[in-house]
Design a protein around this ligand. Sequence first.
Ligand SMILES: NC(=O)C1=CN([C@@H]2O[C@H](COP(=O)(O)OP(=O)(O)OC[C@H]3O[C@@H](n4cnc5c(N)ncnc54)[C@H](O)[C@@H]3O)[C@@H](O)[C@H]2O)C=CC1
Ligand SMILES: O=C([O-])C1=[NH+]CCC1
Length: 331
Amino acid sequence: MNNIPYYGPAEVKASLKYEELVSALELALADFSKGPEGGVSQPLRATAEVTKFNGFLAAMPAYVSSRQALACKLVTFYPNNTAKDLDTHMAHILLFDETSGEIKAIMDGEVITAMRTAAVSAIATKYLAEKYEILAVLGSGVQATAHTEAFCKMFPIKKVNIWNHRTEGAEKLARYVKESLGIEVQVFTDVQSCVEEADIINAATFATEPILKEYSMKPWVHINYRRSSYHLRILTAVGAPRPQWQELSAELMNNSTVYVDSFLSATKESGDVIKSGAKIYAEIGEVILGTKKAEINKKTIFKSLGLALEDAVSARLVFDVMEQNKKTAKP
Ligand SMILES: NC(=O)C1=CN([C@@H]2O[C@H](COP(=O)(O)OP(=O)(O)OC[C@H]3O[C@@H](n4cnc5c(N)ncnc54)[C@H](O)[C@@H]3O)[C@@H](O)[C@H]2O)C=CC1
Ligand SMILES: O=C([O-])C1=[NH+]CCC1
């Protein structure tokens, strides 16, 4: 048990690049959707409710054989922490040796939670969207910021629209977009106007009641002389991870083709899915595998709950980089 390495947030951030994360997670999500022969073992996360303080503690173990990644994340989420000026999510990940079960490293899980969630939304967007110029972001916290950063890195985004239930949060994120990413940005005080012109919408809030009710499919000006059509817009929705919480209206869910990260997680944990009774069309892994096609005549929602396999793969990437750094640092 001696000398277990610990990697803090700065080391984790320095070790992870979105491009590597995206390729590794894409393969792992495909493995997951293959079923038992994919070599992924991941039970539904166990969540303890701390009702008195409106908090949750979740244990998220997973094994991804193709990456030699065996890990368990422990994550707390306390929506009321904002008022105390504390992060709402706090997490650590334990990485184990797949051959012996020995612990290999302990690391910060907050950076991984932010980056892997954004990376998975970007994967869904890559497969399911058709145009990538205007991004609408609902929320301005950790996930909204990570999604904005990842999407502006991965796609040719020309403009970012931001809405948050507290406008000062939206303005802070807008300053980051303008000053650090150098992209045109606009803050909205109304959700519907924020999403109206967007090609991609990211919903990443702590809402417990629907904030987005509906939106129109955006007309595609013309593709050729005979056909006028729509372009596929995608809504990636990462919030409302509890069965009683909703971020999207039931109407919107039922009028869309719904993709998820995991059937099991979505049907047990997602209030957006459970309360609307919306039908799930596919796991994103099935789209990556090509066993389910992208539907092109309806609105598209990718509902993400967050999977332990994503944490395990990310933690393994961090460990490999840190080990490599150790080797190259030796005389
Ligand atoms: N799908 C996944 O893999 C993951 C999902 N999440 C979920 O994503 C959501 C956002 O997480 P973070 O950005 O880390 O949290 P955060 O606390 O950093 O940001 C929350 C955002 O939601 C806004 N907000 C708070 N209460 C609201 C309400 N009642 N209505 C509308 N907006 C509200 C805040 O102003 C802030 O912009 C949470 O629901 C969280 O549990 C978090 C991690 C992973
Ligand atoms: O995947 C994750 O770590 C979480 N999803 C919702 C809250 C935390």
